[in-house]
Structures are given as structure tokens and as C-alpha cells.
Design a protein around this ligand. Structure first.
Ligand code: COA
Ligand code: NAP
Length: 272
């Protein structure tokens, strides 16, 4: 039995919403009647995503913005505000990832991922606060690396752990304003760049991850989008400060061996 959601007349903004999991979330809200704004770095990605959304009849706007640039993030909010007013659902999902052993990672490589994932989320929430509508729902996209230590993921682990704690702290602070702040922690999601980046070369379909999946399948963008819709709905009106896995149980069992196997398959890495 499916749950149906109705976000008619609501305004949703998705940072990093031009591809993969975040695009899936943007599209799901659009299909449920919301106006959807998307933003990411590359104008071509923004244009392509807008075309897809509008092709489905979704009222959509988009703007190129790098979440590392606080002023660029603010400009997205100003545009949304000017066109549609206050925001009902704010999703922060821009991220960067690659496999690398910690001692081989440059300072700038570490900083780049922390800048995108953690500072980027901070910018989105910090700048977004003033634009939130009464009862708004904020959803950050985290990852199991935040709480499961994984080789080759020192940068992402540090960044996403920060995202999780930022989620909890702002949930406390913003409860006084009537805003809820939660995070989704997806497992390996099929047909995404994230899965390709964490799979061995020559395994873009994620069969390594599938081998370790407790439910015997990879996650889908639909799985994650359904959770986002629920978190933004009145059904979740007493849920705040939660980091909710959408991973088929992988984080408590097997996401780690899949990613570590992919890392060991990289050229020049020591076998363990
Ligand atoms: N291994 C080790 N270091 C790497 C690396 C890799 N595979 N890829 C990038 N780096 C390092 C670079 O060498 C550079 O450090 P340096 O200046 O000391 O040489 C630093 O990271 C920044 O690289 P750059 O390519 O300039 O960053 P960018 O801002 O253009 O791109 C990335 C950011 C690297 C995260 C890029 O992978 C990206 O754009 N990712 C977005 C999509 C994505 O990751 N999706 C999955 C989400 S889970
Ligand atoms: P993706 O398709 O690469 O999505 C990342 C999005 O962020 C893209 O739209 C990208 O567009 C944008 N982006 C990247 N850097 C940015 C920046 N500096 N500023 C603004 N936008 C930026 O990857 P995905 O796999 O779907 O991942 C989406 C989210 O899910 C991420 O937060 C990731 O950590 C999380 N996650 C994914 C998986 C998985 O299995 N895929 C598992 C756990 C968690 P541009 O290139 O145009 O900027």
C-alpha cells in the first residue's frame, strides 16, 4: 500500500537538486503539487533538470550556485522569495566524494569535501532560515560514513558527521520558531553518481554493494524521496533532530565492507 502526499501550493527548494538522489526528491515533491526550486554548480545541469521537471508539468525554477559560496546561496533564496515567497521545505543535499586513503589525501582535498558537504549545508541553512515559512521542514542529506568509520572516507566521514550534529543542534534551536530539522542517511542507491564513485572501476552498477545488501537489493531514488515526502508531511510533525537511515539496514551491517572492498580495488592501494 502506497502513502499519497499532497504538497499543492507549497514551495520546496533543493540544493544539489539537479541529479541523483536530490533530483529524485525534487521531482517527487513536484509530482505531489509543489513548486520546486533547484540549485547546483553547473548551469547545464540546472537547465537539464529544469527541462525534465517542467516536462512533467512541475512549476520549477533553477539557478546555478556553489554551496561553498554563501552569497551565491543567498541569491537563490532571494530569487525564490521574489517569485514564490516563503519556503515550506528546504533540502540540503549537495556533496562531493571520492575514494582515497587518508594519508594520500591533500589538505585541499580534505577541505574541498568538508567545504561542500558541511560548510555548504551550513550556508544553506544559515541563509535559508530567514526565508522559511511557518511550520517549515528542513531535510539534510547525510551518509552512513557519519557514524560508521570507513577506510578511504576520512573526508566524507568528518564532513557528514558534522552535518548530523548540525542537524541536531539546529533542530533544538529552531524548534522555538516552529521549524523541524532532520536528516536522511541513504545507503547505496542505484543509478547514482555516489554509488559509482564508491564502487570499484568496472562495477558502475554497484554489484559489490549489492553483494553486501541485507535486503538483497540496492536502494532507489524513490525510496529516499518517499522518506523526504514523509518527513515534510504532517505525518512527521513530531519528528525533529532525527538522522534517519534509508539503507535497508546496511549501515548496521554491510555498507562498510562494500565501500572498503571498492577502495582496496584502487590501483596502488595496499590489500588488507
Ligand atoms: N583522490 C584524491 N584527491 C582528489 C581526488 C581523488 N579522487 N579528486 C579530487 N581530489 C583533490 C584534488 O587533487 C584537489 O586537491 P589539490 O589541490 O591538493 O590537488 C582537491 O581535491 C580539489 O579538487 P578539484 O577537482 O579542484 O575540486 P572541485 O571543487 O572541482 O570538485 C570534487 C569537487 C573533487 C568533490 C568532485 O569530485 C565533484 O565535483 N564532486 C561532485 C559530485 C559527487 O561527488 N557526487 C557524489 C556525491 S556522494
Ligand atoms: P550526485 O548525483 O552527484 O548529486 C550531487 C549534486 O550536488 C549534483 O546535483 C551536483 O551538481 C551538486 N553539487 C556538487 N557539488 C556542489 C557544490 N559545490 N555546490 C552546489 N551543488 C553541488 O550524487 P548522489 O549520489 O545522488 O548524492 C546525493 C546526496 O546523497 C549527497 O549528499 C550524498 O552524500 C548522499 N548519499 C548518496 C549515496 C548514494 O548511494 N548515491 C549514499 C549515501 C549518501 P553540480 O555538479 O551541477 O554542482
Amino acid at each position: 500500500m502506497d502513502i499519497t502526499f499532497d504538497f499543492t501550493g507549497r514551495t520546496v527548494v533543493v540544493f544539489g537538486g539537479t541529479s541523483g538522489i536530490n533530483y529524485g526528491i525534487a521531482e517527487a515533491f513536484g509530482r505531489c503539487g509543489a513548486r520546486v526550486a533547484i540549485a547546483s554548480r553547473r548551469p547545464a545541469n540546472v537547465d537539464a533538470a529544469l527541462e525534465r521537471l517542467r516536462g512533467q508539468g512541475v512549476t520549477a525554477l533553477g539557478r546555478a550556485a556553489d554551496v561553498r559560496d554563501s552569497a551565491a546561496v543567498d541569491a537563490v533564496f532571494d530569487e525564490v522569495d521574489a517569485q514564490w515567497g516563503a519556503i515550506d521545505v528546504l533540502v540540503s543535499g549537495a556533496a562531493g566524494n571520492f575514494l582515497v586513503e587518508g594519508h594520500r589525501l591533500s589538505s585541499n582535498g580534505f577541505k574541498t569535501v568538508v567545504d561542500i558537504d558541511l560548510f555548504g549545508t551550513f550556508h544553506v541553512l544559515q541563509q535559508g532560515f530567514a526565508h522559511l515559512a511557518p511550520g517549515a521542514s528542513v531535510i539534510n542529506i547525510s551518509a552512513p560514513q557519519a557514524y560508521v568509520p570507513m577506510r578511504y572516507q576520512v573526508h566524507v566521514g568528518a564532513a557528514k558527521a558534522g552535518v548530523d550534529q548540525l542537524t541536531r543542534v539546529l533542530a533544538l534551536e529552531w524548534a522555538a520558531y516552529g521549524f523541524r530539522v532532520n536528516a536522511i542517511s541513504p545507503g547505496p542507491i542505484e543509478d547514482t553518481d555516489g554509488l559509482v564513485r564508491l564502487s570499484p572501476d568496472g562495477d558502475p552498477g554497484g554489484s559489490t554493494a549489492l553483494k553486501h545488501a541485507p535486503l538483497g537489493r540496492l536502494g532507489t531514488r524513490h525510496d529516499v524521496a518517499q522518506l523526504a515526502l514523509f518527513l515534510a508531511s504532517s505525518g512527521a510533525s513530531y519528528i525533529s533532530g532525527a538522522v534517519i537511515p534509508c539503507d535497508g539496514g546496511g549501515a548496521i551491517d554491510s555498507v562498510k565492507p562494500a565501500i572498503e572492498e571498492a577502495g582496496r580495488a584502487m590501483d596502488g592501494q595496499p590489500a588488507r
